[in-house]
Design a binder for this molecule. Structure first.
Ligand SMILES: [Zn+2]
Length: 278
């Protein structure tokens, strides 16, 4: 019995290169939703080709209401909507996920990559875990590891694939586009990317072997903002302390608490961003 969880973000989907492409409600987003759904369907089909028994898709982008359920592979189930304990990797905490796939992922704030960011589209210029610059992929991989779940597949732009080598060196990584700038990429068509994702997902099932959950390790998480008052806003969260004019840090007993505190910080900070001056 092999169960796969797909964490589906949209910035790294086929054809997506511009904020409006993944901004809910825009005509561009409506146009890109089928391409995003195509990437996810390719991964679902590949996982079943490779022998998986169950696939759960967790929406992980913005409102978490982007994928087209009516076009989803019938064999998969989908968790849609916001306010989930673990957000992007909701479901991994139940301890029955043998492998997790990051589909449509992107690089982190401060790195090269199409639509690179970490949770907040702007304002946040870097996240560092134990001193290492972290993407959402790395943060979520550390959370999954606490439940014994390995990352088995990553898709996104070519920079995202390079980033994945750092946290999931054995997992197949599929570049659906090649980075040119933060808002430009050389894109491959949905038919081509679907074939590549499906083949990689089929191979990835062999890596879906759940381990004993690792004991949580205390983690230092440091966050850098582009304005001083945002660091001040973040210190409202108990345990979050200022480490510089635009920086705060906290130490979490493990990554479950680490990612939940990060969520609290980004939620508070986004409410403190003013329209013209940030
Ligand atoms: Zn996203």
């Amino acid at each position: 019995m092999t169960k796969i969880l797909i964490s589906a973000d949209m910035e790294g989907a086929t054809g997506v290169t511009w904020p409006a492409d993944c901004l809910p409600g825009t005509p561009e987003w409506q146009r890109c939703r089928p391409m995003f759904t195509s990437d996810v369907n390719a991964a679902v089909a590949g996982f079943f080709d490779g022998g998986a028994d169950e696939v759960l898709v967790n929406e992980a982008h913005m409102t978490m209401r982007n994928l087209l359920l009516e076009q989803l592979d019938d064999r998969a189930s989908m968790l849609t909507g916001r306010h989930k304990a673990l957000g992007m990797v909701e479901g991994v905490q139940h301890g029955d996920i043998d492998g997790i796939a990051f589909v449509g992922y992107h690089t982190g704030a401060g790195d090269e990559g199409v639509l690179a960011h970490t949770y907040l589209g702007n304002s946040l210029t870097g996240v560092f875990v134990d001193g290492v610059r972290a993407s959402e992929g790395l943060l979520n991989a550390l959370v999954a590891a606490e439940y014994g779940t390995p990352v088995v597949l990553v898709t996104g732009d070519d920079r995202t694939c390079a980033d994945a080598r750092g946290y999931a060196p054995d997992a197949p990584a599929v570049a659906v586009k090649d980075h040119v700038s933060r808002y430009a990429a050389v894109c491959r068509t949905p038919a081509r990317t679907a074939a590549a994702i499906r083949a990689a997902a089929a191979r990835a099932v062999a890596l879906a072997v759940r381990h004993e959950p690792a004991a949580p390790v205390p983690r230092n998480v440091e966050i850098e903002f582009d304005a001083e008052h945002l660091a001040g806003a973040a210190t409202v969260v108990p345990g979050v302390e200022r480490t510089g004019p635009c920086r705060v840090a906290y130490t979490a007993p493990g990554m479950y608490e680490g990612i939940r505190c990060f969520k609290a910080v980004t939620t508070l900070v986004s409410a403190a961003v003013e329209e013209w001056y940030g």
